[in-house]
Design a protein around this ligand. Structure first.
Ligand code: RRO
Length: 325
């Protein structure tokens, strides 16, 4: 079969003991389990994918509408719709093993309580056929039983990650939320607890009101904001996390063109994920990967490591003392 995959090119890197042919992955929640997009794009042209989050039991998801426009952004409340652990093991993993063996697959995992995360990891572990996990601790639409998402509470996050670390040796990513005062210490807590990488960021809580009905535009009420409006938030989150952690970071939020992805790489992300833009054009991730390669050629980049974390600047506001008044 013909493939667009560059082997050992300047964008290739080894992370988590695996080869990523380029740094571009599809983000969780925007590509199902791969099969949904099989006719729409060339998976071999990507670094990998992250599946929809898997829960212990199937979830039907939230009432429609689940997606609405929100200015230069999108608001969603899908409500973690997924077939549940048993069907993922019997139907989705075999398909992925057969069709996505040339790229890296992370299975996203979610739950209401820590034990659910651990049981899902244990269940998936017994089947295999993928590289590792992305623990989704930051879904704004389906929170921890009786509390905020785990990613808003570093101690709670630590508990989930430590427990998952005990049941798998596979690479463990932790996906964080943007709506925290300082994401650096949260990323640090994930690393301390045993994470191999941190994904930044999930969607930002938001609300769109239909002014005719005076009711929420989404069936479920509030939702998670994504798309171009989230990009600067995600880039800063990566930059702040880079200063506090030594493990690889995965940048996600508002990437539509190669330059967006390059911002994340410069801020310190080793890999990037494309989410919302895939809904408008399923081939966005391929186009972004090609665009990064072109940028590299133009700028004389021989190795992607020369880009990662190469941002020159500070994010802290400069305090000027003694102004007027
Ligand atoms: O399914 C969702 O509603 C959802 C999830 Br799990 C998530 O992590 N982030 C998001 O914006 N929506």
């Amino acid at each position: 079969m013909p493939t667009n995959r560059p082997t050992n090119g300047p964008l290739s890197q080894t992370l988590f003991g695996a080869t990523f042919h380029n740094p571009v992955l599809l983000a969780s929640g925007t590509c199902g389990f791969g099969e949904e997009l099989r006719d729409a794009l060339d998976f071999e042209a990507l670094g990998g994918i992250v599946t929809k989050s898997v829960t212990l039991e199937p979830r039907a998801g939230n009432p429609a509408p689940r997606l609405v426009e929100a200015g230069n952004a999108m608001l969603n409340s899908v409500g973690l719709a997924n077939p549940g652990l048993a069907r993922v093991c019997s139907e989705k993993l075999p398909w992925m093993r057969e069709h996505l063996s040339g790229i890296q697959v992370f299975v996203s995992v979610a739950g209401h309580i820590p034990d659910e995360y651990w049981r899902v990891v244990e269940g998936l572990e017994s089947v295999g056929g993928f590289l590792g996990y992305e623990l989704n601790l930051s879904c704004p639409n389906d929170t921890r039983l009786g509390g905020l998402p785990f990613a808003l509470d570093p101690e709670a996050l630590r508990g989930v990650v430590e427990g998952a670390r005990r049941v798998t040796d596979r690479p463990l990513l932790v996906k964080l939320a943007p709506n925290v005062p300082d994401i650096g210490p949260v990323a640090e807590a994930a690393e301390d607890a045993g994470a191999d990488g941190v994904t930044l960021v999930n969607t930002m809580p938001g609300l769109v009101i239909d002014v005719t009905s005076r009711r929420p535009a989404l069936g479920a009420g509030s939702g998670g904001l994504s798309g171009p409006a989230l990009r600067a938030v995600g880039v800063l989150a990566v930059h702040r996390a880079r200063a506090c952690t030594s493990i690889p970071l995965l940048g996600v939020g508002g990437i539509t063109v190669a330059e967006d992805a390059i911002q994340y790489l410069l801020a310190g992300a080793s890999l990037v994920q494309i989410g919302t833009a895939t809904f408008a054009d399923p081939r966005t991730a391929q186009t972004v990967a090609k665009g990064i390669a072109r940028y590299g050629e133009k700028m004389g980049v021989e190795n992607i490591q020369d880009l990662i974390g190469a941002y020159q600047g500070t994010d802290r506001p400069v305090h000027v003392s003694g102004g007027p008044g």
